[in-house]
Design a protein around this ligand. Sequence first.
Ligand code: AMP
Length: 220
Amino acid sequence: MRLVMLGAPGAGKGTQADRLAERYGVPHVSTGDLFRAHFRQNTELGQTARRYMQEGHLVPDDVTEAMVWQRLGEADAHRGYILDGFPRTLPQAEHFDAALSAANWRLSGVFHVEVDRAVLQSRLTGRRSCPECKATYHVQFDPPSVADVCDQCGARLVQREDDRPETVAKRLTVYHTETEPLVQYYARQGLLRTIDGNQSMDEVTASLTEQLALIGLAHD
Ligand code: AMP
């Protein structure tokens, strides 16, 4: 199973990728999470990425591609993976296709999780996450039992630097100009499946599962 989750920031790709990854026993590979892990570990790559991320810009393609390819070469990704946040530009998609063909691999499918812009804005600015166990919440739609405290591990919840309103607007614009063209790109390859991401999380999971069955990837 080699899947790409395509969709705007806040579309719920991460949550859905986590669910599918658990169900199908393949890793959820999120480039945003990989960058954030790098900057927590204070690596050079992390410092570089952070400068772009804080402004809502994309990290340069070559830096991103090298990091992704290295991650996909790890043992747990040999049976497949669910990519979340990559590819995010046409050059990344083309480069990725070339790398896949060279390795004699092909993508099983690309899921485009489509969500209205007003919904995205409020999902992102209300999002909170746990710096310790990575659980995510939403102040309005999925609040923790005690405000600002993680239900799972008790740590104080934080807002991602790039979820502040000014940066969110920039990220949505960057998505529109840089990433949306990938919808057509993968449609032309016959790989694209569109999912209505305005539905509840469980409904989106159900739609994804249905579509996976249609491409022969039903789980046991
Ligand atoms: P995300 O967690 O997917 O919303 O990503 C957070 C930020 O990481 C993005 O706004 C970009 O700055 C950076 N990023 C993540 N994936 C990519 C990518 N494929 N190409 C370039 N930058 C990326």
